[in-house]
Design a protein. Structure first.
Length: 247
């Protein structure tokens, strides 16, 4: 990678950090960006985990400073993701690059409605009675997905927690950043042991993500994610088309 590409990654990381905290789905931008810069998909997948860890640790700290924290529930949900995250990460480092690109492109299209409908989904009374149990079961399943691909885990967690726990989106995001940061640690370890991490790219991207996370946390608490959702939806469509036609 060139010096210009490293600089662009850092700038992209800043905006992705904002987006990931506010809504999620930022890996739909960083993963294709690194792939388009010539990085193999598995290496891009592993490198992205450094940025995600920096971003989510920063965001958890910011939420806590502003009085938003429930570490017990966040921790139990995070623990449920660990087994699947490790298995998914091992699968990811052996994933066929062509199929990785195709699945990533398809997932981009599938996740578009989440950007606009997630806020409007209210828990059904029957679901709410067993909400915590269902949330923990869902977290177990999402752990594997997060370890395998990661991209789109944020919106999926938003839907899961909002439809099972019935809490507001600020607290949903509070739990989301903790959970993703928590399972990112063992998943990143798998990629490191497999030699699938570009440290310079990851640290620069992480610096951007962490800075953006500070801004994103403030915006998530005060509201105002609609405009960014529209922009990311357009970017996802463009990149999905490019990924699906790449051979």
């Amino acid at each position: 990678m060139t010096s210009l590409q490293y600089g662009l990654l850092m700038v992209l990381g800043f905006f992705v950090g904002i987006l990931n905290v506010m809504a999620g789905g930022g890996s739909f931008l960083t993963l294709p960006a690194m792939i388009f810069m010539g990085m193999p998909p598995a290496l891009a997948n592993g490198t992205n985990r450094i940025a995600l860890l920096a971003q989510n640790v920063t965001s958890v700290s910011q939420f806590h400073r502003r009085g938003f924290s429930d570490f017990h529930l966040s921790l139990t949900l995070g623990l449920c993701t660990l087994p699947g995250a490790v298995v998914g990460a091992f699968a990811a480092v052996r994933f066929d690059p062509l199929w990785f690109k195709r699945i990533l492109g398809i997932l981009m299209i599938m996740m578009l409605p989440v950007l606009f409908k997630g806020r409007n989904m209210a828990p059904h009374p029957r679901i709410r009675r067993h909400g915590k149990l269902l949330a923990h079961i869902g977290a177990f399943v999402l752990g594997f997905y997060g370890g395998l691909i990661q991209a789109g885990t944020g919106p999926l967690l938003i839907i899961l927690l909002f439809t099972t726990l019935g809490i507001d989106l600020v607290r949903v995001n509070m739990h989301k950043v903790f959970i993703i940061g928590f399972y990112t640690v063992p998943a990143l370890a798998v990629f490191i042991l497999s030699g699938q991490v570009d440290w310079l790219a990851g640290l620069l991207l992480g610096a951007g993500n962490a800075t953006g996370a500070i801004i994103g946390t403030r915006m998530a608490i005060s509201g105002g994610e609609r405009l960014i959702r529209i922009f990311v939806a357009a970017a996802m469509v463009i990149m999905a088309v490019k990924l699906l036609v790449m051979y």
